[in-house]
Design a protein around this ligand. Sequence first.
Ligand code: KG4
Ligand code: ZN
Length: 318
Amino acid sequence: MILSIESSCDDSSIAITSIKTKKVLFSKKLSQESYHDKYGGVVPELASRLHLKFLPNILEDCLEFLDDIKAVAVTTTPGLKVSLVEGIAMAKAISISKDIPLIEVNHLIGHIYSLFIEKQVTLPLTVLLVSGGHTELMEVNSLNDIKTIGKTIDDSFGESFDKVSKMLGLGYPGGPIVERYAKGGDENRFDFPVPLRQSPDIMFSYSGLKNAVRLAIQKLEKQNKQDQMDISASFQKSATRHITMKLKKYLKSTDIKRFAIVGGASANQYLIGKIKVLLDEFGNIELLTPKLGYCSDNAQMIGRVAIEMLLCDKNRSI
Ligand code: KG4
Ligand code: ZN
């Protein structure tokens, strides 16, 4: 079995996965969302202190497996340094005390492998990662062959939802809240710009759109619930159209058969719906998404990558 730890942002999570069958034998996540809510975003020092409290708490619940652990995996990058360090400290302590390998996992690859939790890995695949920290389009050929096609030059897709939610006074994390508000709104009431519309490059940007939303909110002297729903819907429309316009450019230049959306914001049904329509325009492209519970940060995806790393590394014996 492998024990995996994820603490790159505001989720403290530990999982135990069978190396042979890939079955998840234990998993637990303590989310810190309610602690960061009143600040409208993640406060790094608070996140770090909560990981220090939550991770040992979760470990207590899986002590029965510890004798059978053959390796320990942990997210080492990218993420909030003060948060990462808490998971890394725990992983190192387990690795040293049990004299088992420590496997360093990249969080972004973790999100890609969230597609393969308890499943076989099937590649190649083009992947759109939409999370709080990243908006990135990648061609994934194998664990060690991942090519970035385009990424954001400023804010990320999920982050822009968090910021719009904060500006509307709706709470954190903003993604699910703005998506819910958008359902009751008129997406054509506000004419927000679609970012980088004229640029031929495949890259993403959300700071201009966020500013346009800020100005619209300022113009409304007082917002009522319908205004909040209309702003959410109009913003979500532009944010999503930005992605589909860039994807269209990419799809015109390739002949892919499989496409996946991963990351916390891949839970957004409006985004999935629009991408599905686009993929259908290009013929038979299969769309993959993680199970809903695996979209946001979790230790199972870190364990899944680590198992592949172990299997690929013939020099590492466990
Ligand atoms: O992957 P994740 O858990 O953490 C990072 O690696 O960043 O993603 C969290 C992000 C937050 O910004 C959150 O607002 C966004 O994903 N998110 C959504 C939705 N659900 C979560 N964004 C848009 N629509 C959603 N339904
Ligand atoms: Zn993440």
